[in-house]
Design a protein around this ligand. Structure first.
Ligand SMILES: Cc1ncc(COP(=O)(O)O)c(C=O)c1O
Length: 387
């Protein structure tokens, strides 16, 4: 074994400004840097709650399949997460379900982008307008956010954590649409500012972090059970702060992202034909979208594939991982099935999200993926599909 290809994540770039770029949303949104994506989402919820001060237990709508940090961010503000099932065979929330989940206590809907595939923000913003709710685009997994070109969302969440499109070893941002910036000021100002210092400690951490992403160190790390690499777990959000993020760090992240290869296009070619066996490459829907979108295609965070059954998904995962490919089931479960989350959201069953969780597998798309990896992955998936 020559080590293992990590499932996700790009190296942290060296903080240098070679050319200063405007943030893609600068004309539409005000940017508030935050300690993490979870903290940015929690601030978004705080802003939504303040607009509905008469509501005693504010509710926030989120998808039933998602990152448990969504739940942490909402309960940290004393609000209640309300889960909505997905549309079949994809990551999007069922809009009929969103309408059905809306009550007089609802203050916001979170449209969560999935591995580079944005939510259907236009549909969600229609529902939000009808009910006077804020639409929050959680773009932790998508860069740039969809609202940077069409400002459907009132608030947008970005994350700069590990395994995100721009990896700065932490941090996040809340983008507040300019027409709301005045209203949001008080909620924003309640949180203290911490300063990110790019000193020797940060630089050494970066070197170490980047080193551990390589195949051999990653192979070793993954075998250390205490580290829980790749596991999804629920953590409470205890502190929220704004972040004074040095411009050089962010600018390096932007530049690095723009130079990243479009590995998902190689998968599109290699896996063409897999759909005839009942598999679904979810990113091909995205290619449909980008054909309608004049913007250049951007890298996907991971390449998501739906197997025809859980059994086939599990077999594919086992073979890929034994061959040194960090393929993943991603969250593997719906939100209520994640330990610690059920108490906050109730134990209801979400059959479509459950089915999605049981058949999803994700493939790496970072710059460390070679053509030989993509060929090997294609060979394995076709052999499982045809077996
Ligand atoms: C959709 C989504 N939202 C929010 C977060 C939280 O971001 P952070 O890790 O920066 O707190 C994540 C993290 O994985 C995420 O995937």
């Amino acid at each position: 074994m020559k080590g293992k290809l990590r499932p996700v994540g790009s190296p942290v770039p060296f903080p240098r400004i070679s050319e200063r770029q405007e943030l893609p949303w600068a004309a539409l949104y005000h940017t508030e840097f935050m300690g993490s994506g979870t903290e940015a989402l929690s601030l978004a919820v705080a802003i939504a709650i303040r607009r509905h001060s008469q509501v005693s237990t504010p509710e926030v709508i989120i998808p039933a399949y998602g990152c448990p940090d969504l739940v942490s961010a909402i309960i940290a503000q004393g609000a209640k997460p309300v889960l909505v099932d997905l549309l079949p065979n994809g990551p999007h929330m069922n809009d009929v379900g969103v309408r059905g989940a809306t009550t007089p206590s609802t203050v916001a809907v979170v449209g969560v982008g999935f591995l580079g595939i944005p939510e259907r923000l236009e549909e969600l913003s229609g529902i939000c307008r009808e009910h006077n709710l804020l639409l929050i685009e959680d773009s932790a997994q998508c860069f740039p956010p969809a609202s940077a070109s069409k400002p459907h969302a009132d608030l947008v969440v970005l994350s700069f954590g590990r395994g995100k499109p721009i990896n700065l070893m932490g941090g996040g941002a809340l983008l507040v649409r300019t027409d709301l910036a005045g209203q949001a000021e008080e909620a924003v100002a309640q949180y203290p500012v911490s300063v990110l210092k790019v000193g020797m400690k940060w630089l050494i951490k970066r070197l170490l972090f980047n080193l551990l992403m390589r195949r051999l160190p990653y192979y070793v790390l993954e075998r250390m059970p205490l580290l829980g690499i790749g596991e999804t777990s629920f953590h409470r959000l205890d502190t929220i702060s704004r972040l004074d993020l040095p411009e050089s760090v962010l600018q390096a992240g932007l530049r690095d992202f723009q130079r990243r290869p479009l590995i998902h296009q190689r998968y599109d070619t290699e896996l063409a034909g897999l759909e005839a066996w009942g598999w679904k490459c979810l990113a091909s829907d995205r290619s449909e979208m980008s054909r309608n979108d004049p913007q250049q295609p951007v890298p996907l965070l991971r390449y998501p594939v739906l197997a025809p059954s859980k059994d086939m998904r599990d077999r594919a995962l086992a073979v890929l991982n034994s061959e040194g490919i960090g393929a993943s089931a991603f969250y593997g479960r719906t939100l209520p099935q994640i330990e610690g989350v059920e108490a906050a959201v109730g134990g209801r069953d979400y059959p479509v999200a459950s089915d999605f969780a049981s058949r999803l597998l994700t493939l790496p798309t970072h710059e460390g993926v070679t053509s030989a990896d993509v060929t090997l992955i294609g060979r394995i998936l076709f052999s499982v599909a045809e077996s």
